[in-house]
Design a protein around this ligand. Sequence first.
Ligand code: SF4
Ligand code: SF4
Length: 217
Amino acid sequence: MDALQTTPTATSEANTAATARYRNNFLQEVEAHVEDGQWVKMCMQCGVCAGSCPLGAHWQHTPQKIFQMIRAGQREEVLRSDAMWMCTSCYNCVVRCPRKLPITQIMHGLASYAHKLGLAPKMQPTRDFSILFWRNCTRTGRVNELKLTLGLYFKDGLLAGIKQGWTMRYVALGLLKAKRLNPFELFGGHRCQDQKGIAAMLKKAREIEDQRQRATH
Ligand code: SF4
Ligand code: SF4
């Protein structure tokens, strides 16, 4: 969660601190900071995950390769890669891995850690969507689909947004007709009743995450 709320200065400082602390030991860094990172050393490089991933062959690195790169200390190459951001969470790899590695979680954990350190590739669509989605749903506790869609269309500028809106006009009309799109959602929209409860829950989650991070430093 915190990973989506970092500032450029904070990310740069976090990266410098991590580089200094884990010099030449990227595996240890992953074990300490990445969700389920302690599993990486269990990989026996059988290649089943790489062969099972429906899209992995088209990525920069398959999960199998990423795990080997972590052990080889290729920190920059791993954290700057967009391979982790391409994982669709289909869990094919997880059900087939003979060592039962939580591969999906590690992939998302690596993406989140790279974002937190400011190393994730810029303009990566999954990353952009994650940030938009998080900001949208934490504001009221409910996702405002209209604002989320418009946010996506206009994230690359006014002209790009208008073009995308025009391309999707028939879909929008169809949704309007089917009463699946309410233009008035733009002026507020539905929200969770217990706004204070949502804020308190997020605050608590942030505290737990901070505590967890402090414990690993
Ligand atoms: S299937 Fe499991 S053990 Fe085999 S390469 Fe992938 S992560 Fe490693
Ligand atoms: S969960 Fe991700 S890494 Fe695993 S097979 Fe599916 S897309 Fe590939």
